[in-house]
Design a protein around this ligand. Sequence first.
Ligand SMILES: Cc1cc2nc3c(=O)[nH]c(=O)nc-3n(C[C@H](O)[C@H](O)[C@H](O)COP(=O)(O)O)c2cc1C
Length: 203
Amino acid sequence: MARVLIQFAHPALSKSNVHRVLMDYCRNLKNVTFNDLYESYPDMFIDVDREQRLLLQHDIIVFQYPLYWYSSPAIVKQWLDLVLEHNWAYGARGKALVGKKLLCVISCGGGSDAYTDMGRNHYPVHQFLHPFEQTARTCNMEYLPPFVMYGTYRTTKDDIVQFGEDYQTILSTLTHDKLNMLNYQDATYFNELLPALHTAGAR
Ligand SMILES: Cc1cc2nc3c(=O)[nH]c(=O)nc-3n(C[C@H](O)[C@H](O)[C@H](O)COP(=O)(O)O)c2cc1C
């Protein structure tokens, strides 16, 4: 089985509607480690050795967060800046992450219609994630299509529960090494792969 590390970042969890519920679907799963970055490092002093050890112990790294100002909450950037060291994660002698996979799981206040050429936010969400995509490439990791929840200001509890169940299905697919049964290289978003996952009865 593959080991999944969820790097979770939400700076205001007490005000959260979405991620507070999602946590119930991704914590305590077999072969999944849930690492709450703001809980571990409320003062942003990241323990680089601990984080690098965690990375080495896992095959798939998930960044789970709400989209903030078209980017990630600040601790994710701090984490990237400090943990992905030269000649460890990248560079001539930086081989620690080679072959691992990287997946972004994000929620957005804006609806999918806002993330279009003509929409309010002008660009599709996957374009706001290019820094993660290129970071994965630089570290010789494989970047997976992101899993995105849109329109969180209008979502119902049922929508969040459905997203949580789908998230659990994705995590189960990843831990059971069943990704290859999907044509995932052609997908822009992991969301597109869910019908195939449901047909295959993945859980
Ligand atoms: C500081 C801040 C910045 C935000 N920036 C964006 C943004 O750039 N795009 C967007 O679609 N939503 C944005 N939102 C909305 C959040 O993404 C949304 O509220 C969150 O995904 C919902 O998850 P939660 O209920 O777990 O907090 C922002 C919210 C806050 C508080």
